[in-house]
Write a protein that binds this ligand. Structure first.
Ligand code: SAH
Length: 372
């Protein structure tokens, strides 16, 4: 791999430029990318519809090596299984991705966008690692490629029931059906590489994951959401508090982008049944889980524009960063949910999968792994 660049870091436009500069056609780039992402064939020699000279050029300039899976942990329940992957990058930094495989065939992959996080949320273990580096678009896409290959090899789980695949062919059982940027890092703090990866992920000829099945979760970097009307992907904002005093304490980002700005941004957006913004709300006992908090949320937001995703706090084994925060009991969670439901909101409760393997929300630190 010496001096060669990773092919996975190239956008379609960059690869088109390479093809033209090498004396070939722009459309060859799409052909190459179809081999790599749609068929997941990484050996240039097998790309039989690509001219031999171009294949040689590719081989001389690019590698198609994926990062290494260093360890995995696995957990099953009645709804399916989750598997957490520790992935080693070329500079020995590590990240984690979590596959949640439902028995109905849905395969949701929770991916990382950075090797740590500098946002400093007080309840999140990834934040405890401090700021890491941005992942390249290839490193983001590699998580999908690696884990699809792992599913194929292990024969894990049934095929998805519905087809979103190009040319109407059946979904292979290894197909990742949904992607959520809810792993390590803040995706909007790495906008350039995240966008580059999204273009390839959502292209029907490449990874063919429909934009409505891709969720970008942000702590609220609102300057990156100015064009929210034009976003084709799902947006989730981690709200986590119903007043600025609490949110300032939990999430330093609130000092720059306070609750009022989130409310204004959301209210500016036209209502859309199919693309409501999800407000994620980590429930922490005695901090933000009271009925008064639910009432404040009801005053601030409209059921026509947002839905709520409640996440009872996950506490990992290495929760130094979580200070004295506790998970509320189930009654408190249900009462909070009921209050929002009665006000007309759609509410889901995310009893994070993979908790016993520290793969739940906010538990990814890329160091708490034991081999399967
Ligand atoms: N940086 C992004 C995405 C990563 S976190 C963001 O902030 O949205 C994904 C979700 O997990 C966020 O909603 C976050 O609030 C939540 N989360 C973080 N730590 C958690 C914990 N200890 N328990 C439960 N949810 C947590």
């Amino acid at each position: 791999m010496e001096n060669k660049k990773s092919l996975f870091d190239k956008s379609q436009r960059e690869l088109e430029e390479f093809c033209v500069l090498s004396g070939f056609k722009r459309y060859n780039a799409r052909q190459i990318m179809r081999w790599v992402y749609f068929y997941q064939t990484f050996d240039f020699a097998k790309m039989t519809d690509i001219p031999k000279f171009l294949r040689d050029e590719l081989m001389n300039n690019f590698h198609t090596g994926l990062p290494a899976i260093l360890a995995t942990t696995y957990e099953e329940d009645i709804k399916g299984y989750s598997k957490k992957y520790l992935i080693g990058l070329k500079d020995n930094k590590t990240i984690e991705s979590v596959l949640i495989n439902y028995n109905d065939g849905r395969k949701t992959l929770c991916i990382s966008s950075q090797t740590g996080c500098k946002m400093g949320c007080a309840f999140c273990e990834t934040a405890g690692l401090g700021g890491g580096r941005n992942l390249s678009s290839g490193e983001i896409l590699s998580q999908i490629l690696l884990i699809s290959a792992d599913i194929k090899e292990a024969g894990l789980g049934p095929a998805p029931v519905h087809s979103g695949r190009a040319h109407g062919s059946a979904e292979p059982a290894s197909k990742i059906t949904n992607v959520v940027f809810m792993g390590m890092g803040e995706p909007l703090d790495n906008m350039v590489e995240v966008e580059k990866s999204l273009n390839i992920m959502s292209d029907n000829n490449f990874l063919a994951i429909a934009p409505r099945k891709i969720t970008i979760s942000t702590c609220g970097l609102l300057d990156k959401l100015k064009n929210i009307e034009k976003f084709k992907y799902k947006i989730a904002i981690s709200l986590n508090a119903s007043d600025d005093i609490t949110r300032n304490e939990l999430m330093p980002v609130n000092k720059k982008f306070p609750l009022e700005d989130i409310v204004n941004l959301i209210n500016r957006k036209k209502p859309s049944i199919h693309n409501k913004i999800t407000l994620e709300y980590v429930l922490i006992k005695g901090v933000n889980d009271g009925i008064l908090n639910a009432k404040e949320l009801i005053k601030m937001f409209s059921p026509s524009k947002v839905k709520f995703n409640l996440i009872p706090l996950n506490k990992g084994k290495n929760s130094i960063f979580l200070k004295n925060f506790e998970r509320p009991d189930n009654d408190a969670v249900n009462n909070f949910k009921l209050k929002l439901l009665k006000a007309g909101f759609t509410v889901t409760t995310r009893f994070s999968k993979a908790r016993s393997i520290n793969g739940g929300c906010g538990q990814l630190t890329a160091k708490t792994i034991c081999s399967r």
